[in-house]
Design a protein around this ligand. Structure first.
Ligand code: 2BA
Length: 107
């Protein structure tokens, strides 16, 4: 058995956990904070059999991988000059650990 720890953005975690649940995985969601940026993120804990890890990783990757989004640019360099060019920002991405589980109990 394996334990997957997946750290991702708060925006992606609802979709990832819904899709994991739909595929039959059990998931626990933790509200976490990145040690470097001190910003909120989400850590999903998912225990599964060894042969189910790859499918879980595919689901996580599909719904949380890094991608580029276009957002309106509201920056201005003075009161009369607003930039009308949209901004490309990188969002998403997940950091994933897969650990061996020595023992698992439900009591
Ligand atoms: P990522 O490497 O994509 O990491 C995103 C978040 O995943 C991290 O948030 C942290 O919560 C978790 N994480 C990543 N690697 C981990 C590990 N080995 N063990 C435990 N948790 C881990 P933050 O710590 O706030 O970092 C946000 C981003 O800042 C990182 O994105 C990385 O691009 C950068 N970063 C982190 N530490 C850095 C450092 N010491 N120097 C320069 N850049 C750093």
């Amino acid at each position: 058995m394996k334990l997957i720890l997946a750290i991702m953005s708060n925006d992606d975690s609802p979709t990832v956990s819904t899709q994991l649940n739909k595929a039959g995985y059990q998931v626990t969601k933790l509200a976490t904070t990145g040690g470097f940026l001190r910003a909120g993120n989400t850590t999903l804990i998912c225990g599964c059999e060894d042969d189910a890890v790859q499918r879980a990783l595919q689901i996580i990757e599909k719904h949380s991988s890094k991608r580029t989004e276009i957002i309106p640019n509201t920056a201005s360099y003075d009161i009369s000059h607003f930039s009308s060019f949209p901004l490309e920002v990188q969002v998403g991405g997940a950091v994933i650990f897969v650990l061996d589980v020595e023992q698992f109990y439900k009591v």
